[in-house]
Ligand binder design. Structure first.
Ligand code: BEZ
Length: 228
C-alpha cells in the first residue's frame, strides 16, 4: 500500500489516546500538527525520543504546532510509560506528559498509514511500527514526512528546524538551503525571474557565479513573516 503522499489530506481518524478519544482534525483545529510513531512502549530509543519531544513541546507550541505520538500499545501502558519518560527527563514526580500518545494496540492506524517496519518484529512475530514523522498543515494536508527504521532514533531539533522552514516557505516565496537554521540566508527559487526577485526581496539578492554561467544560486536575507 502506498503511504501518505505530500499534499494528501491526512485522514480524520479517531483513536484512543492518553488525552481520551481524539478525532484528528478536531484535535488539530487551526494548528499545525506532527504525528510521529514509535515501535513500542517501554523501549530505550523511544524513551529518549519522547523525552526530547516533551522538552521541546513549548517550542512547538510557540510555532502553533500540536504534537501527537503513536505507539502500538494500550492507553494504560502509555500512561505507565509516560511516567518513566518524565523521570528520564528528571521532571518532578507527578508532572504530566505534555501531549497525547495514541494507543494503536491493534495496529489499525499503523497499517492504514503505512507505518509498519517489516524488519522489526515483537516476540510473537508481529511487525513493530517504524519511526514515521508526518507534519500536517493547518489545511490538514501532509507537508513533510520522515521515515526511519526502528533501530535509528530521530533528531527532534531537525523536526523543529523543518517546521521553521515549512512555515517560512508557506508565507514567503523562498526555499531554505542545506543545514539552514531560522534567521539564516535563504534561496530565491529558480521559478522567480531576476527582475521580479529584485522587487520581491528589497534586502537584495546575491548571485553566486558558477562555471555553467547559469545564475541559479541566488541568496537573500530571510524575509520577515510579519510584514506584508
Ligand atoms: C527502541 O525504541 O529502543 C527500539 C524499539 C524497537 C526496536 C529497536 C529499538
Amino acid at each position: 500500500m502506498p503511504g501518505m503522499m505530500l499534499g494528501d489530506t491526512f485522514p480524520n481518524f479517531e483513536a484512543d489516546s492518553t488525552f481520551g478519544k481524539i478525532k484528528l482534525h478536531d484535535f488539530l483545529g487551526d494548528s499545525w500538527g506532527i504525528l510521529f510513531s514509535h515501535p513500542r512502549d517501554y523501549t530505550p530509543v523511544c524513551t529518549t525520543e519522547l523525552g526530547r519531544a516533551a522538552q521541546l513541546n513549548s517550542e512547538f507550541c510557540k510555532r502553533n504546532v500540536k504534537l501527537i505520538a503513536l505507539s502500538i500499545d494500550s492507553v494504560e501502558d502509555h500512561h505507565g510509560w509516560s511516567k518513566d519518560i518524565m523521570a528520564y527527563n528528571n521532571e518532578e514526580s507527578g508532572s504530566e506528559f505534555p501531549f497525547p500518545i495514541i494507543a494503536d494496540d491493534k495496529r489499525e492506524l499503523a497499517m492504514a498509514l503505512g507505518m509498519l517496519d517489516p524488519e522489526e518484529k515483537d516476540q510473537t512475530g508481529m511487525p513493530l511500527t517504524a519511526r514515521c514523522v508526518f507534519v500536517i498543515g493547518p489545511d490538514k494536508k501532509l507537508k513533510l514526512s520522515i521515515l526511519y527504521p526502528a533501530t535509528t532514533g530521530r533528531n527532534f531539533d531537525e523536526i523543529l528546524r523543518v517546521v521553521d522552514s515549512l512555515q517560512l516557505t508557506t508565507k514567503k516565496r523562498v526555499a531554505t538551503p542545506v543545514d539552514w537554521q531560522a534567521g539564516g540566508s535563504v534561496m530565491v527559487p529558480p521559478s522567480i525571474p531576476e527582475e521580479e526577485a529584485i522587487m520581491l526581496f528589497p534586502a537584495g539578492v546575491y548571485t553566486k557565479h558558477l562555471p555553467s554561467g547559469k545564475n541559479y544560486l541566488r541568496y537573500t536575507q530571510q524575509p520577515s513573516t510579519t510584514d506584508h
